[in-house]
Design a protein around this ligand. Sequence first.
Ligand SMILES: *Cc1c(COP(=O)(O)O)cnc(C)c1O
Length: 407
Amino acid sequence: MESKTLPSSAAEHAELPVYNKLHASTLAIHGGHQANEHGALVTPLHQSATFAFDNAEQGGARFAGDQPGYIYTRLGNPTTAELERKMALLEGAEDAAATASGMAAVSSALLTHLQAGDHIVASNAIYGCSFALITTQLNRLGIRSTLVDFNNMPAVTAAIEPTTKVIFCETPVNPHLDVFDIRAIVAIAKQYDLVSIVDNTFMTPLLQQPLALGVDMVIHSATKYLNGHGDVIAGIVCGNREHMTRLKYEILKDFGGVISPHDAWLILRGMKTLDVRLQRHCDNAEQLAQYLQANQAIAKVFYPALSSHQGHRFIGRQMKRAGGVLAFELIGDLQHAIDFVNRLTLLTIAVSLGDAETLIQHPASMTHSPYTPQARAEAGISDNLLRISVGLEDINDIIADIEQALV
Ligand SMILES: *Cc1c(COP(=O)(O)O)cnc(C)c1O
């Protein structure tokens, strides 16, 4: 599936009729691909910092924006552009921007809309570095924040101030996989004229499309499922043409958090299998959740596909499936949880998620160790809580490893 024309932007590309009838799993493979000089099946890697002009007039015309074409990779790169077109198509966005990390995506998106004197309302359950960015770094720049429980919509509304510009959350979110009501958040954003931003990392556009529900901007850590192979740190932002033009040609241009073309190329490779990988991640996680729920050594399992979970009612109406991350509480104390983790032989002790390998981490001693014990208790992070990113291995091997470690 190749477009023979060369549209200059993801927006024009998304309008190509060739994409109208394709399903998301097909778009993840073919979306955004352009014909290239030699007919290479795989997108060429343009590992070049700069691009030569035919003559001075052409260089001048590119700088003036009078002529399409590349100038310098911080301003755009053909390999990166293919990833951006693919992601824009999948999220149903007018445009997308690839960034150096998920945090570069979060910070670029927020800085596109916020300046000194502004205020942001965000979920109090949020990725740890997004929490630090909002409460420490943005605060240092004169941008204030209020963090509230997004399960409680009246509290979200009550947190809005006259200077509030942005409402931000991720769903589902660590550590309990809570799911927030995107439609309700969009309704509040529209009522108070706020820009709504959702971190869609845990779902990918194949399981959840926040823009279709009215969200203004979507963020991803492409480090996770989009790349899927644990060898890249990168991010993506998707949104409308006006927002993305500011993000790309002001924020990313001047703050500089652009992706390496090589990393974009690896993500393009990873995304060809995104749909099949996600199906396996979800199948494995569903089976593991059921096994854990039935096990006498487990106190509680947190996974939105379980009917007992807070997020269950959103499956099918906001998110297609529950994804590949789950958490559970062992019966026992902190040392018991640590001993269990140390007995595992197949599961890898590591943070991150969305890789082929099943990864397990212990929030109390790892991701949430900077919290005081009291703050951890308030956030519901018990000493025996464990988080698993369920990988692509045979589910019987994953369960067997957990079973032998539970004794
Ligand atoms: C990992 C992650 C991030 C940060 O992404 P990096 O690629 O590590 O910078 C942001 N949000 C969520 C939900 C994440 O899981």
